[in-house]
Write a protein of this length. Structure first.
Length: 164
């Protein structure tokens, strides 16, 4: 398998995520459905950042969350979230397009404070930790939008909001 073979799925899923992120209302960034939940801003930022993990996966052999330094991103608008998302997706797509079968078969490890969370082939990490993780949080954002009475886009066909 090459990275190019994964591009149709990548393009579809991240385009659908962008459609969902476009619906995030600026004035509700601090809203959360439960005290243990992400705020709307934090969930949208998390979605904007997920594509950044794809080049990291291809370019490294492991990542320890506690040892890594990430710049906090605190957007003031949905437009800023979309700009971040678009940049991450463009970089990820370029990295994926150039991924070789050898690269994709190499193992990658995620750690937290030195403790291994998982080790898998990079192709599996991309599909699960990037693609599926994106889909999971996109669905979560759809629930947030529904609770805020914001029309929810349908990722695999028209939603109830789009059907009228």
């Amino acid at each position: 398998m090459t990275g190019a073979m994964m591009l149709p799925e990548f393009d579809q899923e991240f385009a659908e995520t962008r459609k969902t992120l476009e619906r995030v209302p600026d004035g509700k960034f601090d809203w959360k459905p439960h005290e243990k939940s992400f705020s709307l801003r934090d969930l949208a930022v998390h979605l904007a950042n997920i594509a950044e993990w794809l080049p990291i996966t291809l370019e490294t052999d492991e990542l320890d969350f506690t040892a890594a330094s990430f710049e906090p991103f605190e957007p003031g608008s949905t437009a800023e979230i979309l700009d971040r998302f678009d940049g991450a997706v463009a970089s990820a797509r370029k990295a994926l397009a150039g991924a070789t079968p050898e690269q994709l078969s190499e193992t990658w490890t995620l750690k937290s404070d030195g403790e291994e969370i998982f080790t898998m082939p990079k192709a599996v990490v991309i599909r699960s930790f990037v693609f599926n993780h994106n889909i999971h949080h996109r669905a979560q954002l759809g629930v947030y939008l529904r609770l805020l009475d914001v029309p929810v886009p349908g990722p695999y066909g028209p939603s109830a909001d789009e059907n009228g």
